[in-house]
Design a protein around this ligand. Structure first.
Ligand code: BTN
Length: 184
């Protein structure tokens, strides 16, 4: 093989390795936010779609918190290092509300992944006249929770809803509540 052909192949190999080894922010895995809520995102498919589970640490209800299903989509899985994404959490297991999150998966200067998100939480109200108070908005920042065994952590952290542990007063303490929206 001539010197030129060999150099060309070598250059191509270097470019290929450089391109494929570029670190990308991947949504799959276990995440924790600043409220100490946990979420597990399962594998992202070729279309960028994913599902998972969310275990919130807070609730606007007085119900016992349960793991809740989530579904979403991530932008351009292959091409983008810091993709945007969106997902919906259906709180049906304990609440009639729905939350949508939109955000971007960032890599910081050390290559650490951070999910910067904005959410809208819609609660069910009885009539259009109450619509004005039905939506809360906020932000959450998620960081990756390492060494998490798939499917196990959320299960282990879920509160035991069925058998309330008796306390001195005979009842369990209420779940932490979200702050109420400002009064108009
Ligand atoms: C409800 O209380 O009706 C359902 C749970 C809502 C939890 C919200 S969603 C946005 C925020 N981020 C969290 O991790 N938990 C709260």
């Amino acid at each position: 093989m001539g010197k030129i052909s060999f150099s060309l192949i070598l250059a191509l190999a270097v470019v290929t390795v450089g391109t494929t080894s570029e670190k990308k922010c991947v949504l799959s895995g276990m995440w924790k936010n600043e409220l100490h809520s946990l979420m597990e995102i399962h594998d992202v498919n070729d279309e960028g779609e994913f599902s998972g589970e969310y275990l919130t640490s807070v609730t606007a209800t007085s119900n016992c918190i349960r793991r809740s299903p989530l579904k979403g989509a991530q932008h351009d899985v292959e091409r983008r290092a810091q993709p945007t994404f969106g997902f919906t959490v259906n709180w049906e297991p304990f609440s009639n509300s729905t939350t949508i999150f939109v955000g971007q998966c960032f890599l910081d200067e050390k290559g650490k992944e951070i999910l910067e998100t904005v959410w809208l939480l819609r609660e069910q109200v009885d009539s259009p006249g109450e619509d004005w108070k039905a939506t809360r908005v906020g932000t959450n920042i998620f960081t990756r929770k390492r060494n998490a065994m798939r499917g196990k952590i959320l299960q282990d952290h879920s509160p035991p809803c069925e058998a309330p542990a008796p306390t001195a007063l005979g009842t369990r303490p209420p779940a932490p509540r979200l702050p109420s929206p400002p009064r108009l």
